[in-house]
Structure formats: structure tokens, C-alpha cells
Ligand binder design. Structure first.
Ligand SMILES: Cc1ncc(COP(=O)(O)O)c(C=O)c1O
Length: 365
């Protein structure tokens, strides 16, 4: 391996985080949400590791589900956005996929396809106003799905807009709306909770939870790290110092000369850039570690490189030293904050360019 940039993914951490989600909602079955390449961690590798244990997987769309089946995944797979074209229903039947259903076109196309689907997750728009039917329409859809004779079971599903904000009343309102819909339908399983709701809200007993970000050890809450909420961060992005130079006070660095040395110090150049998924908007001061010591970004992020300095100017960085961009003691949530985004975005924007290394527990690293 030439370029020393590695994303180390701890599969055991993901399994332990899945178990933690189930422990928090012990009456529920749980999806492992592996859409968007398992939030950048590698959907096939992650799903293979979890396949024997999970109740089911969830992805956004059918092509993600087919890729998992082709990789030998046998657990049920739910399409969270349902199908985009009527022909996909036949493929759902063929592969045994479960599907969300959220509009009349999907219902019509399902009926026209005559496909048999084991579980349909009917999406209720309980207030997010992005996908789903309202509470008056939901019972009509449930009846149509049952009457079609094509569907084994209908589950009522919704998604929260503000579950990560405990002070926002929207989640309570969405839950109340959901319960009204559920009562008007009668006996139906529920699926409402993403990571934030699993961790902090009281959600309906039984049914299905849908943990995503927490599986990867990343906090769904602003200003709190995954570790601080009992999770095991799964990804460590690390690289090496590939060049060093002495700066004089006032020297300026990188594109736009966006960093100015406050005093004489050694600057290190590290092999990682926005071409790998490291955020271009990360500001001077974004935390990282060099050789286990606190360091930070000093200069604008390039496509293939960043320039950095030690927090303590006296501790000089040296060629070949290990640099942790996130993971371990460098919370990805904090890096994201310096780049004006969230941990979700940093990991899902990882490119195929770093070397991906899969380990099973911290001992094997
Ligand atoms: C419908 C649905 N359920 C569950 C999830 C998982 O959410 P989180 O990653 O916040 O746990 C998502 C992610 O966006 C989603 O769209």
C-alpha cells in the first residue's frame, strides 16, 4: 500500500452498538440500517458480519438491496423509500424484499404487479411532510393492502423530524398523531424510532426500531460524542505525516494562504484531502492527533493533502508519524462541527479512495 490513508472499520463495534439499540428497546425487533454503503462503512462487509444476528436490514432503494443479496446476505431487507418504478415489485418478490409504501402510485403498481410481498411498511406522514399518507388515508391503504391478498403483513411506520432535539415538542406531537392513526386502524405493528428516538424517547412497545447512525458509534445528538452516549465508534480514519517544514512567525500556508503562523513552529503535511472525503470546509483548528498528541488543521484542505500543527508548539511533528483524522480520541462529531456539518455527512461522504481495513474488535487493530 503506497498512500498511507486508511479507514479502519471495527465490525464488532457495529454489532455491539446494534445489541445496545436492542437493549434500549427490549420489546422491539430491530433493523440494522445499512443504506448509503452502511453510512460509508461498507454495506457488504458490515452486513455480512451482522447477517446471522440481525432481525432485518434496511436500505434506501432496491439497488442497494440487490447488491446485498448478490453478496450472499440472507436476512430480510426493507426498502425504506419503497419502489421507484412498478417493475421493481416483481424483483421485491423474487428476492423476498420488504418495502415501505407511501403513495397511491406505489399501491396501484403493487396491485397491478400481482407480486407477493411478505411485509409492507405503510408510511404515515405524522408531521415531517416529506413522505407518507395522512391518518385519514392510512386505514384505506391498510384495507386495500389486506384485500389485495398480496401482502403477508402491514406495519405502520413513521419518521421523526426532530427526535435529536429533546426540547422540541414536535416528536410528542408526531407520536400522538401516530397513535391516533394506529387506533383507527386497529391491530397493527408500529415502527417509529431512529437512533435518537431509540436512545431518548419513549416509543411504542413491540414492533420495529430502525437504528442507523448509532450502529456506527456516532451520536445522533449535537455536541455529544458517540462515546459519551455509550456507543463504540466504528471507524478510525488515519494517515501519516508525509512532509514537515519549519515556519517562521507570519508565514502563510496553502491555497488562499488561509493559515498564518502565530509564532515559529513546525508544520506537517498529511496524506488526506477532500478527494478522500475529508471535509473541505473544515476550519483552521479542526482537531486531530499526531502520534497520540493533540494537533489541529492549519491551512485550507486540498484534494489530497492537509497541513497541520501540534496544539503545543513545543511538540514537533515528524515524518512518518501516525495521524488520526477521526475515531479513537478524535470524535467525528467534533470534526464535523468544525466543518459546519454533522457526523452523518462525514462518514457517508467517504470515497472509495482510502484503503479500507476491517477488524473485529479493538484487540485485532
Ligand atoms: C426512514 C428511516 N428510518 C431510520 C433511519 C435511521 O436514522 P438514524 O441514522 O438517525 O438512526 C433513517 C435515516 O435517515 C430513515 O430515513
Amino acid at each position: 500500500m503506497a498512500r498511507p490513508l486508511t479507514a479502519t472499520v471495527d465490525l464488532e463495534a457495529i454489532l455491539q452498538n446494534y445489541r445496545y439499540a436492542k437493549k434500549l428497546q427490549p420489546t422491539c425487533k430491530a433493523f440494522a440500517v445499512v443504506k448509503s454503503n452502511a453510512y460509508g462503512h461498507g454495506a457488504v462487509e458490515v452486513s455480512r458480519y451482522l447477517d446471522e444476528e440481525v432481525d432485518a436490514f434496511a436500505v434506501a432503494a432496491i439497488e442497494e438491496a440487490v447488491a446485498l443479496r448478490e453478496a450472499g446476505i440472507v436476512s430480510p431487507i426493507l426498502l425504506l423509500e419503497g419502489v421507484f418504478e412498478g417493475e421493481e415489485w416483481a424483483l421485491c418478490e423474487k428476492h423476498g424484499f420488504w418495502s415501505a409504501l407511501e403513495n397511491a402510485q406505489q399501491l396501484d403498481e403493487l396491485q397491478a404487479s400481482h407480486a407477493k410481498i411478505e411485509k409492507i411498511f405503510l408510511k404515515l406522514d405524522s408531521g415531517m411532510h416529506r413522505l407518507g399518507v395522512d391518518k385519514e388515508t392510512a386505514p384505506v391503504f391498510v384495507a386495500a393492502l389486506k384485500d389485495s391478498g398480496q401482502v403477508g403483513e402491514v406495519v405502520l411506520m413513521t419518521h421523526f423530524s426532530c427526535a435529536d432535539d429533546l426540547s422540541d415538542l414536535a416528536t410528542m406531537q408526531q407520536l400522538a398523531y401516530f397513535e391516533q392513526a394506529r387506533q383507527s386502524i386497529g391491530d397493527i405493528e408500529a415502527s417509529v424510532a431512529n437512533s435518537a428516538a431509540i436512545m431518548k424517547w419513549s416509543v411504542p412497545e413491540g414492533g420495529w426500531i430502525r437504528p442507523g447512525i448509532m450502529l456506527y458509534g456516532i451520536s445522533p445528538f449535537a455536541e455529544v460524542s458517540g462515546r459519551a452516549v455509550g456507543l463504540r465508534p466504528a471507524m478510525t480514519l488515519s494517515s501519516k505525516v508525509i512532509s514537515t517544514r519549519k515556519l517562521k512567525q507570519g508565514d502563510r500556508v496553502g491555497y488562499g494562504l488561509g493559515y498564518v503562523a502565530e509564532e515559529d513552529h513546525v508544520l506537517a503535511t498529511v496524506a488526506v484531502g477532500y478527494g478522500d472525503g475529508y471535509p473541505r470546509h473544515a476550519e483552521n483548528g479542526t482537531p486531530l492527533q499526531i502520534d497520540g498528541k493533540p494537533a489541529c488543521l492549519a491551512g485550507r484542505v486540498s484534494m489530497d493533502m492537509i497541513t497541520v500543527r501540534m496544539q503545543d508548539f513545543a511538540a514537533e511533528p515528524a515524518m512518518g508519524q501516525e495521524v488520526v483524522l477521526w475515531g479513537g480520541d478524535v470524535p467525528v462529531e467534533e470534526v464535523a462541527d468544525y466543518a459546519g456539518t454533522i457526523g452523518y455527512e462525514l462518514v457517508t461522504r467517504m470515497t472509495a479512495r482510502p484503503h479500507y481495513r476491517y477488524v473485529r474488535g479493538e484487540d485485532s487493530q
